[in-house]
Design a protein around this ligand. Structure first.
Ligand code: SF4
Length: 445
């Protein structure tokens, strides 16, 4: 597949911005995979100022103390003195809350804790009893796994709950990274962060991160951010506050920014306010100032296909010239102009920013060694692309290429039936290939 280039300190241009992006294919000769890492994210996407982090923690915790919902598992986490019972109480709530709304869980939780207030009591229950109480909560395997894990704690760990997030995840079946972090921070005061859907949304908005949060690389960065951000003296409350904020204020649609306790630290909100101010200036006929590119660097630190900003109004021939010059400088060798094919346009919208990518594909024969010193780049396979920190926009670019190839493949088959045309998949320069051959085969183990 095409090389990806780090987009450090570069990103989306303001509304109506256009960039030419190219996805290149290696030729029939295998090309060595190049190294290179994405440049670190710009300061815009990090919590780099310790004073700001302190202020954010303080504002969030003060809001949580005042506005948090009264929930039975929160009360038990505060009043229960026995550490094993406390951890068990939090654990049960976290399992029940997976895929189920808080309002539905409350009654089930109260009945469960009344019937089985300890790990030992749950370990002695029959599966039938567990299923009876769980009836209506859905995803029955959760109750069964909870009981199996409780039995394990009683029989193999002498009734002692593992005391760290790492051990909870390692030793308890059904306890993943999030649940382990929640139990350890809330029950034991371990200063470890948590990342769930609410936390992802809040962190991405606070730091204006437009990357695809389903990407493992992005998730890793969010975990690192959550671990760095968590309050050392009240980690459990801090984690719950962040989740509570996502559930009640920073909601997926129509967030209540006016009521948000951390709005002064929110870069997505700042960005939207700037866009609105620019729009009003436009309405009043005033020429808006050109924004600093760093100011809109939503994709900083992510990999992207080689791309170049386009001036407005360029015709396709002029776009090709600009892109060919850019690719030539990037590969350090002449680029076959005839192999550059127009794919189409991809529009990506983040918040109020509209970015249009004019997509071209390029077929390259032979090895192309990338100069990592001048520009961090690497060749990747399809698998590596999917595992890399790439933006949703780049995924759309790849999908556009896939669609084009699908259509061409269909046309080629029809034409072959009629005229015995050459099969799609030839490596002749300039021909378009199916995606499988477009992407370089993974290196053998
Ligand atoms: S200011 Fe708005 S978008 Fe930002 S964190 Fe608060 S609620 Fe979410």
């Amino acid at each position: 597949m095409g090389p990806l280039r780090a987009a450090a300190a570069r990103g989306l241009r303001r509304g109506g911005g256009r960039r030419a992006a190219s996805a290149a294919r290696e030729g029939s000769k295998a090309s060595a995979a190049c190294g290179g890492r994405p440049a670190p994210p710009s300061a815009l996407h990090l919590f780099g100022d310790p004073a700001e982090v302190e202020a954010l923690r303080g504002s969030l915790l003060a809001w949580y103390d005042k506005c948090k919902r009264d929930l039975p598992w929160r009360a038990l986490a505060v009043t229960e003195k026995d550490v094993n019972r406390r951890a068990y109480a939090v654990w049960v709530s976290e399992i029940m809350l997976q895929q189920t709304q808080v309002a539905t869980v409350i009654d089930y939780y109260n009945r469960w804790m009344q019937k089985w207030p300890t790990l030992q009591a749950l370990a002695e229950a029959s599966l039938e009893e567990v299923n009876e109480l769980w009836a209506g909560l859905g995803y029955y395997s959760r109750g069964k796994r909870l009981q199996e894990a409780a039995r394990k704690v009683v029989s193999e760990l002498a009734g002692q709950m593992p005391r760290t997030a790492e051990d909870l995840q390692k030793l308890l079946p059904g306890v993943g990274r999030y649940t382990a972090g929640a139990i350890a921070s809330i029950s034991y005061g371990q200063a470890t962060g948590v990342v769930d859907g609410n936390v992802i949304r809040v962190l991405c908005r606070l730091r204006c991160i437009g990357a695809d949060p389903s990407s493992p690389a992005v998730i890793d960065r969010l975990w690192a951010m959550a671990n760095a951000l968590v309050d050392g003296s009240r980690p459990g409350d801090f984690n719950q506050a962040l989740m509570e904020l996502g559930a009640t204020v920073c909601t997926p649609k129509a967030p209540l920014c006016g009521e948000c306790p951390v709005k002064q630290h929110c870069r997505a909100r700042l960005r939207v306010e700037k866009e609105l101010a620019l729009a009003s200036q436009k309405l009043l006929g005033k020429l808006p100032a050109v924004p600093d590119v760093e100011d809109c660097g939503l994709l900083a630190g992510l990999w992207e296909f080689p791309s170049v900003p386009l001036a407005p109004g360029l015709q396709q021939e002029q776009q090709r010239e600009v892109l060919l010059d850019h690719l030539q400088a990037w590969t350090g060798q002449p680029v076959p102009a005839g192999s550059l094919r127009f794919i189409g346009e991809v529009v990506h919208i983040f918040s109020h920013i509209h970015q249009t990518y004019v997509v071209y594909s390029l077929s390259l024969d032979g090895d192309v060694t990338l100069d990592l010193a001048s520009c961090p780049s690497r060749w990747v396979t399809e698998e590596e692309f999917r595992a890399s920190a790439v933006s949703t926009a780049m995924k759309k670019v790849l999908r556009a290429c896939e669609r084009q190839r699908g259509e061409e493949s269909g046309r080629a088959k029809g034409s072959k039936r009629k005229r015995g045309a050459k099969p799609v998949g030839s490596t002749r320069p300039g021909t378009q290939l199916s995606l499988r051959t477009f992407l370089r085969a993974p290196n053998p183990p």
